[in-house]
Design a protein around this ligand. Structure first.
Ligand code: F6P
Length: 533
């Protein structure tokens, strides 16, 4: 399946991208849908490579699998579950059947309940025991944190509700820092956990309950639960009126569109939250209907496959030139790496290609003054994904935003063009150098160039645009997984560490013997116990 692509890469890899790039290529190797423009012309993909990549989609039956996902088939085979986060943003589409039942009426009823509760909190109709709610603390981890935390930061200009905080780490520093700034009598705690068993979340939830119990008569009255397990939320003491349930066909890292998004909805209001959902729905419709050669999620996935599985570039840098997308790289790390970081295919056989990429990144321009050195001159090639808005939310500072745009475009241009040895020599000669010293200094100033990047551009980071962007990345992960033959919707790789942490807790606390553990772990326990409280 990969041979033709790898051969094509072998014969074209030295070709300068810059030489191919005329206005026609900029048009032919970019795609627009809704508010988004994806430019992948600064890659080494040509028409033949693209055709071979699209051929992969047909060979792997991606269209049929896409239809199976949207229509509620149990494509998460290792857990026997449907994959229907798209149903959560199905604002005005048709029915979606799971086990013979249309799930959409329930989805919309839950959304209406969330909106009613969010409005009550925002208007002050729902009160804490010391008055209207001033702070909302979302306690959750992984998908129960990263999505809403990323989006709440991205959409800060739209916040007109109470202050929103996110606590995820079991490190007591996290919850202590957040609670220190809140008054328990006017704080609402949202316990967000699909399973309601995650040890970090449940530990932090108990800590928050004890903190609140010291100040108010009925701490549970200021708690909300977001979960699929209504028995456990009841056992924790949270009244069913303040429990927002969802079904097991929503994966944790795909769950921000439903109840897990409640903290975001309280911050920006139900209308803006619905605009976010509509952005997701718009992308769903595009992904489901567009031909592959103009299908943005499919093309983005194929660019990723080209760079990782064909060219052998193991990592991908996500570089939003949008400070408010500061948590997007972390969010995408979970989305991509928990979904496609797997070494066996759906049928249990070893993968015959690399699994999904290592995703990392930071907003520009900050990253330029940190790790871009390696991206430009290191020995490894890091395909980059730049993101840039045409305008920010600071109209008085538009000139500063233009500087941001210039930097973003300059980086992709520099990566592509590079600087030759002759050009570097000329620069050194202008500085007055000559002979061996000129030669030596010039070599340090060479940029190999021909380094690939894509750019995602959008008008402004509104709720509607953010919804399109998040759904774009979700579907990209789906396509990558389908091509690689991976089940993108389970996460067995997180289990072993959890089990070992449970068995180590009594050892760390001194209630069990460390001698059962390997020498390194036993010695570390010894050190930490000796120096502990
Ligand atoms: O440990 C991984 C994981 O299961 C993620 O997939 C999930 O998003 C996170 O933990 C939190 O799980 P929960 O929402 O059940 O607390």
């Amino acid at each position: 399946m990969w041979n033709a692509l790898r051969q094509h890469h072998a014969t074209t890899s030295d070709r300068p991208i810059a030489d191919m790039l005329d206005a026609d290529r900029a048009r032919d190797f970019s795609v627009q849908t809704g508010d988004l423009l994806l430019d992948y012309s600064k890659t080494n993909i040509d028409a033949e490579a693209r055709a071979l990549l699209i051929d992969l989609l047909d060979r792997r039956g991606v269209a049929a699998r896409r239809e199976a996902m949207f229509s509620g088939a149990k494509i998460n085979e290792t857990e026997g579950r449907a994959v229907l986060h798209t149903a959560l943003r199905n604002l005005d589409g048709g029915p979606v059947m799971v086990d013979g039942e249309d799930v959409i009426p329930q989805v919309r009823a839950t959304l209406d309940r969330m909106a009613e509760f969010a409005e009550a909190v925002r208007s002050g109709a729902f009160k804490g025991q010391g008055g209207p709610i001033k702070d909302v603390v979302n306690i959750g981890i992984g998908g129960s944190d990263l999505g809403p935390a990323m989006a709440a930061r991205a959409l800060a200009p739209y916040h007109d509700g109470p202050r929103t905080h996110f606590v995820s780490n079991v490190d007591p520093a996290d919850i202590a820092t957040v609670l220190r700034g809140c008054d328990p009598a006017t704080t609402l705690v949202i316990v967000a956990s699909k399973t309601f068993t995650t040890i970090e979340t449940m530990t932090n939830a108990r800590t928050a309950k004890a903190w609140m119990g010291e100040a108010v008569a009925d701490p549970a009255a200021q708690f909300v639960a977001l979960s699929t397990d209504l028995e456990k939320t009841g056992a924790f003491g949270i009244h069913p009126d303040r429990v927002f349930g969802f079904e097991d066909w929503v994966g944790g890292r795909y769950s921000m569109w439903g109840p897990i998004g409640l903290s975001l909805m309280i911050a920006i209001g139900p209308d803006a939250f619905r605009a976010f959902l509509r952005g997701g729905q718009d992308m769903d419709r595009h992904f489901r209907a567009a031909e592959w050669h103009e299908n943005m999620p499919a093309l983005l996935a194929l660019v990723g496959i080209w760079h990782n599985q064909v060219c052998g570039h193991a990592t991908r840098a996500v570089l939003p030139y949008d400070q408010r997308l500061g948590r997007l790289p972390a969010y995408l790390q979970q989305l991509e790496m928990e979904s496609n970081g797997k070494r066996v295919s759906m049928d249990g056989a070893d993968l015959t290609c690399e699994s999904g990429p290592i995703v990392w990144g930071e907003p520009g321009t900050n990253g330029q003054h940190a790790f871009y050195q390696l991206i430009h001159q290191g020995t490894r090639i890091v395909p980059c994904e730049f993101m840039i808005a045409a305008q920010g939310h600071e109209p008085d500072l538009h000139h500063q935003h233009q500087l941001l745009i210039a930097n973003c475009l300059a980086q992709s241009e520099a990566l592509m063009k590079g600087r030759s040895l002759d050009e570097a020599r000329a620069i050194m000669a202008k500085k007055g150098l000559s002979g061996d010293e000129l030669e030596r200094q010039a070599r340090h100033r060479v940029f190999p160039g021909n380094r690939p990047s894509v750019t995602l551009a959008y008008p402004q980071l509104t709720p509607h645009v953010l919804g399109q962007i998040v759904a774009l990345y979700e579907h990209r992960v789906f396509v990558e997984g389908a091509v690689l033959g991976i089940n993108s919707y389970d996460q067995w790789g997180v289990e072993l560490g959890k089990e070992l942490a449970s068995s180590l807790q009594p050892v760390v606390e001194g209630r069990a013997d460390a001698t059962q553990k390997d020498g390194s772990t036993a010695a570390l326990v010894g050190y930490l116990r000796t120096h502990g409280a």
